[in-house]
Design a protein around this ligand. Structure first.
Ligand SMILES: Nc1nc2c(ncn2[C@@H]2O[C@H](COP(=O)(O)OP(=O)(O)O)[C@@H](O)[C@H]2O)c(=O)[nH]1
Ligand SMILES: [Mg+2]
Length: 212
């Protein structure tokens, strides 16, 4: 495992250096399956597609269904099918970077394979990891999967529209999260209804602007 992670780290450093040179902000989006990563990307492309040059890497075990959902935004998208692998690694990212015109990109979103565990361990060479979690999964995820919430620089709590239909306890969620990462920004959103997304758009726009 140590050898695998060391090799991964070397490649991640190469990717990070290249993206810094090209001034492309790479964001590694991690969540369990169904938390709303693709929906967040759809909304973000709608809102910011005219302002920034967006590219997407879609990591999935199989199928290009998420890429198909993003096709209408006319952005460069590359699919990585891991064929059973539970996470992306820096080598797979490095291989597909050639498919993008990096000089013509401001931001490259990576939708990682839906999984709260393995993707947290692998540096892809991203600028930062974004954790997405949804209210329907329960309020205990930061407490049970602390590594992701330690590694991430921001958390997006999605599906707040569903809170009335669940036993999601926001105070419990937020207090567990703060114990792991006391200063981490938390966006409370509904990607389908639109609540709270303005704060996310402003925050990510600022990050992209800083890296340009
Ligand atoms: N009620 C509700 N459903 C949502 C929200 N965001 C996403 N969904 C739905 O949750 C399901 C999974 O979303 P998707 O974006 O594919 O999740 P991913 O697997 O993380 O990419 C889809 O049916 C979405 O329409 C939300 O804010 N509220
Ligand atoms: Mg998806």
């Amino acid at each position: 495992m140590k050898n695998i992670l060391d090799r991964n780290q070397n490649k991640a450093n190469e990717v990070r250096n290249l993206l810094a040179l090209k001034k492309v902000l790479m964001v590694n989006i991690i969540s369990s399956p169904g938390a709303g990563k693709t929906t967040l990307l759809e909304r973000t492309c709608e809102e910011l597609g005219a302002k920034f040059r967006i590219g997407v890497i879609e990591g999935d075990i199989t199928t290009d269904r998420d890429a198909q959902r993003l096709k209408k935004y006319n952005i460069p998208i590359v699919v990585i099918n891991t064929e059973g692998g539970c996470h992306l690694d820096s080598n797979s990212i490095s291989k597909v970077l050639d498919s993008f015109e990096l000089d013509n990109l401001d931001v490259l979103f990576v939708e990682n394979v839906g999984n709260l565990i393995c993707p947290s361990q692998f540096d892809l060479g991203e600028a930062f990891k974004l954790a997405v979690v949804s209210t329907a999964e329960g309020d205990d995820k930061p407490g049970k999967y602390p590594m992701l919430f330690r590694e991430a620089v921001a958390v997006l709590l999605n599906k707040i529209d569903l809170i009335p239909y669940t036993n999601f306890n926001f105070d419990s969620f937020s207090s567990d999260l703060k114990k792991i990462n006391s200063q981490i920004p938390l966006f409370e959103v509904s990607c389908t209804r639109g609540d709270g997304l303005r704060e996310w758009y402003d925050w990510i726009s600022e990050k992209i602007n800083i890296s340009r």
